[in-house]
Design a protein around this ligand. Structure first.
Ligand SMILES: Nc1ncnc2c1ncn2[C@@H]1O[C@H](COP(=O)(O)OP(=O)(O)OP(=O)(O)O)[C@@H](O)[C@H]1O
Ligand SMILES: [Mg+2]
Length: 140
């Protein structure tokens, strides 16, 4: 909001029911989500920029003013949590970013770093990336 404006942050829970789609930039499966909506009354985003927003180093800020890494970090964070982010914007009116994060039983295990958090017992990153071998009963 280079000329000022109002920033509103709202949170709620919502459920994606079977047959419903609410993907955003990443696919979401059926379940309960925490939704965090950040709405501004700023300059808005032109349609042609929409597909580039989450690319690393994409910025429209002047030299030395923006890294273009803000939204790419958001993308990485929601992806690790098996969530997503949705954007809606009108030029001259403002923008809403909606972050969706899975919640409820099992949500903490949904990320790519495994059930114990982000590292193993010695503090090393989880080399398996949270992936597990399927039990024999689930294998073809
Ligand atoms: N709320 C917004 N309103 C209008 N444009 C936005 C908004 N959020 C992001 N953008 C557009 O997306 C671009 C990329 O955003 P991102 O946060 O990744 O980088 P940045 O804001 O340019 O740099 P930095 O995050 O380092 O300050 C911005 O340069 C801007 O063009
Ligand atoms: Mg930014």
């Amino acid at each position: 909001m280079p000329d000022g404006g109002i920033l509103t942050i709202a949170s709620r829970t919502l459920a994606i029911m079977p047959g419903e789609r609410l993907d955003g930039v990443l696919p979401l499966s059926v379940g309960e989500y925490l939704s965090i909506e950040v709405t501004d009354t700023g300059i808005g985003i032109p349609p042609e920029q929409m597909e580039h927003l989450f690319e690393p180093f994409f910025t429209t800020k002047g030299s030395g003013k923006g890294t273009g890494l803000g939204l790419s970090a958001v993308y990485g964070a929601v992806k690790r949590h098996r969530g997503s982010v949705r954007v809606s914007s009108l030029v001259g009116r403002g923008t809403t970013f909606q972050i969706l994060l899975p919640q409820g039983v099992g949500a903490a295990r949904a990320g790519s770093h495994g059930p114990r958090g982000q590292s193993d017992q010695r503090g090393r990153p989880d080399p398996g990336g949270g992936r597990r071998r399927k039990p024999a009963s689930e294998r073809p």
